[in-house]
Design a protein around this ligand. Structure first.
Ligand code: FPP
Length: 255
């Protein structure tokens, strides 16, 4: 049986969105873009945009969990973001600590499992500690998985997986014939997780920016001009609504 939730869109009482709880995307991935422009528009330092963007995480996580999404993956810091001004990089690293300290207990209380993807070993030691502590605190939680991409790059991830597989071949643990798509998936940072059904990019840009390159093979994409700090629960629901009205064929022909 289908259950529906009804919400108004754009504060317009005439327009109703109906979401089908039985066809929720299992995994939503978001490129949290537009923080800098959001701040600039208001004459604020870029960091204020990131700080406001951090508040959006909480709203979108809560609504995703409520809707029954199992994995929420958020692009917080890419392998290329190290090239930003030093002050901004440092501020982002400190924001991660602040997020873990302010939100940690709340995440745990709400049964959220905190996880990261990317090479976190390159993060400053205090950021790394905050991340490890939060992972430890929430490791047995069985609710939504909040996956934060940190020092993450899709190409870097494919190289990382390839090296791991080569090591196994060299050690004689596996043969070259054993290498297949499944083995590749099992050696990515997202090991054991379903591929993202839906990838959302706010702020008007329409590109993947080295995000989940392998995993996005059959993802549905959703773009919007809204900048991440302004992204609302309603925007999330609209993205899911549009997703549910797409025709996903995975290269097959509809019967
Ligand atoms: C992209 O916007 C955003 C980032 C590189 C950082 C995103 C980080 C957060 C939302 C907060 C930190 C996250 C955690 C988990 C604490 P941009 O700066 O490229 O925006 P612009 O394109 O408008 O300049």
């Amino acid at each position: 049986m289908f259950k529906f939730i009804k919400r108004n869109r754009n504060n317009d009482d005439k327009e109703i969105i109906e979401l089908d709880y039985d066809r929720m995307p299992k995994h939503i991935a978001i490129i949290m873009d537009g923080n800098g422009r959001w701040a600039k528009e208001r004459g604020l330092p870029r960091m204020m945009g990131h700080r406001e963007g951090m508040k959006t995480i909480k709203k979108i996580l809560d609504r995703s969990a409520h809707l029954g999404v199992k994995y929420l993956t958020l692009y917080a810091f890419s392998t290329e973001n190290w090239n930003r001004p030093k002050d901004e990089v440092n501020a982002l690293m400190n924001l991660i600590i602040e997020f873990a300290q302010k939100e940690g207990e709340n995440l745990h209380k709400n049964n959220v499992k905190f996880n990261t993807i990317g090479d976190i070993s390159k993060l400053p030691s205090n950021s790394l500690k905050a991340i490890k502590d939060l992972k430890e605190l929430t490791k047995n939680n069985e609710g939504i998985v909040l996956n934060i991409a940190l020092n993450y790059g899709g190409r870097n991830e494919i190289v990382y997986a390839t090296k791991k597989i080569c090591e196994k071949v060299c050690k004689g643990d596996i043969n070259i014939e054993d290498i297949n798509e499944n083995l590749m998936s099992m050696n990515l940072y997202t090991k054991g997780m379903p591929d993202p059904d839906l990838i959302i990019r706010p702020s008007g840009e329409q590109r993947l920016s080295n995000y989940l390159l392998w995993q996005s093979a059959y993802s549905e994409f959703w773009y919007s001009n809204i900048k991440w700090p302004d992204f609302s629960e309603r925007n999330l629901e609209k993205a899911i609504y549009d997703y549910q009205n797409r025709d996903r064929r995975f290269g097959k022909v509809k019967q």
